[in-house]
Design a protein around this ligand. Structure first.
Ligand SMILES: Cc1cc2nc3c(=O)[nH]c(=O)nc-3n(C[C@H](O)[C@H](O)[C@H](O)COP(=O)(O)OP(=O)(O)OC[C@H]3O[C@@H](n4cnc5c(N)ncnc54)[C@H](O)[C@@H]3O)c2cc1C
Length: 403
């Protein structure tokens, strides 16, 4: 890690997808002295627990634009970042629904198409033709994105951090921030395990840990930490492989192929349990309940996969806001603290949005309309004050998509 700087222009706290992307964009687009600090090694937070799935299907124009831009960056990584690789694997993505959700799905597909997303509505026969493992009985249709798939989040974060370093940023891990320092209503730096770093701007990208640093300085955000349990399955040798990333809006199953014969799956509960420790594993009983939910969903939608064996289970917390959308903006909107930028509450969408979040946050911090190469995107609807204003983002789907 090297010696600690005593003073920089911007400290970014967090080296998950959010902090790494912001740190990269700040370093690339300015001469500012930027330090990215994390208590854990990079990807040691929730980004290291992610499902890795990417899609562009959303209900709000802003989110579609952000996912579309994120996807463009992932596919054009060399031109956009020029360092490393995000490990994008193209399998195709489909959100499948029953009759009660088909109108919303059609609207979202139209919205996506109007903004340039390669997506279309498919009927039950085409769903079964695209992925023969799916039992399409009872389905009204699906939203298909041939370019959907998954990425390798470790590769992506390390690539951003490598590129940020190449542009002059310091990446300081593991280095815990004990406190955000303020004086006279403005940020003055951070107190870390290794000493103070003075800075007039601090970016908080600490995901599910955000309230721990923000509450003590009077910045209170409506973020809940809620645990999601996930399982890795392995198909029998010779079994027909899954070739599509799927979200089932009815059974709340989310499933995707992984390496070799492996498959990742989540069967969302109606309500995810609140937790204190974002990285705490679920109790055995919760894994059991997840397995029961999963088997029920598989039996209904992907019956051939009910015989796949369980390789491992894992858990991680979402940082959920009241409307399941991120918070992007200056803390001064909701508190008396100047110089504090918030990029938190990603609510389970962080991976696919993170390339664009880095661009938006860097533009806000640098006080410019947009950073080099980024499209103009007005992220005003994600401002921290929207909760107090009662101006929440709109959702079409329940637990498995929250879009
Ligand atoms: C099981 C699961 C599956 C998911 N699947 C998907 C998916 O398929 N697609 C998708 O788009 N999104 C998905 N998500 C959501 C996505 O993973 C998150 O939104 C994203 O990873 C959050 O990134 P982050 O950088 O905000 O937070 P994190 O990755 O948690 O990074 C925050 C960092 O801040 C650091 N930190 C905290 N406090 C301090 C401190 N005091 N001092 C120093 N450092 C500190 C932590 O160590 C951590 O590394 C999933 C989430 C979960 C839990």
């Amino acid at each position: 890690m090297g010696s600690l700087p005593t003073e920089v222009d911007v400290v970014v706290i967090g080296a998950g997808v959010c902090g790494a992307s912001i740190g990269y964009q700040l370093a690339r687009n300015s001469e500012l002295r930027v330090a990215v600090v994390d208590a854990r090694p990079p990807v040691g937070g929730i980004s290291g627990r992610t499902f890795g799935q990417i899609r562009q299907h959303y209900s709000n124009e802003l989110l579609v634009r952000m996912a579309l831009r994120g996807f463009h960056c992932l596919r054009n990584w060399t031109a956009e970042v020029g360092y490393g690789d995000p490990g994008y694997v193209r399998f195709g993505y489909m959100l499948i629904v029953t009759a009660d959700q088909i109108d919303g799905l059609r609207r979202n597909v139209e919205l996506g198409r109007s903004l340039g997303v390669d997506t279309r509505v498919v009927g039950p026969d085409e769903i079964a033709a695209i992925e023969p493992l799916v039992n399409a009985a009872g389905l009204a249709g699906g939203a298909y994105e041939p370019d959907g798939g998954y990425i390798d989040v470790t590769k992506m974060v390390l690539s951003w951090l490598g590129a940020a370093t190449a542009h002059g940023a310091r990446v300081l891990t593991p280095l815990g921030v004990q406190e955000i320092l303020t004086a006279g209503g403005a940020v003055t730096g951070v107190a870390t395990d290794g000493g103070e770093i003075r800075a007039p701007i601090v970016v908080v990208a600490t995901g599910a840990w955000a309230p721990d640093l923000l509450d003590p300085i009077g910045v209170h955000l409506p973020i809940e930490r809620r645990r999601l349990d996930m399982v890795t399955l392995e198909q029998e040798p010779g079994a027909r492989a899954l070739h599509l990333c799927i979200t089932d809006g009815n059974s709340n199953l989310v499933i995707r192929p992984d390496m070799g014969r492996r498959i990742l799956a989540v069967a969302y509960p109606r309500e995810m349990p609140e937790v204190d420790d974002p990285l705490a594993d679920a109790p055995a009983q919760a894994h059991h309940e997840h397995s029961v939910r999963l088997n029920k969903a598989l039996a209904e939608r992907l019956p051939a996969l009910t015989v796949a064996g369980t390789v491992s289970t894992t858990s991680g917390a979402y940082d959920i806001t009241p409307d399941y959308h991120p918070i992007l903006g200056w803390a001064e909107e909701v508190s008396d603290v100047a110089g504090l930028y918030l990029a938190v509450g990603l609510s389970g969408h962080g991976l696919k949005l993170s390339p664009c979040i880095g661009e938006i946050a860097a533009a806000h911090v640098l006080g410019v309309e947009q950073v080099a190469g980024a499209p103009p995107i007005d992220a005003g609807p994600l401002r921290p004050s929207r909760f107090a204003d009662g101006d929440l983002m709109h959702l079409t789907y329940g637990p498995s998509a929250r879009a």
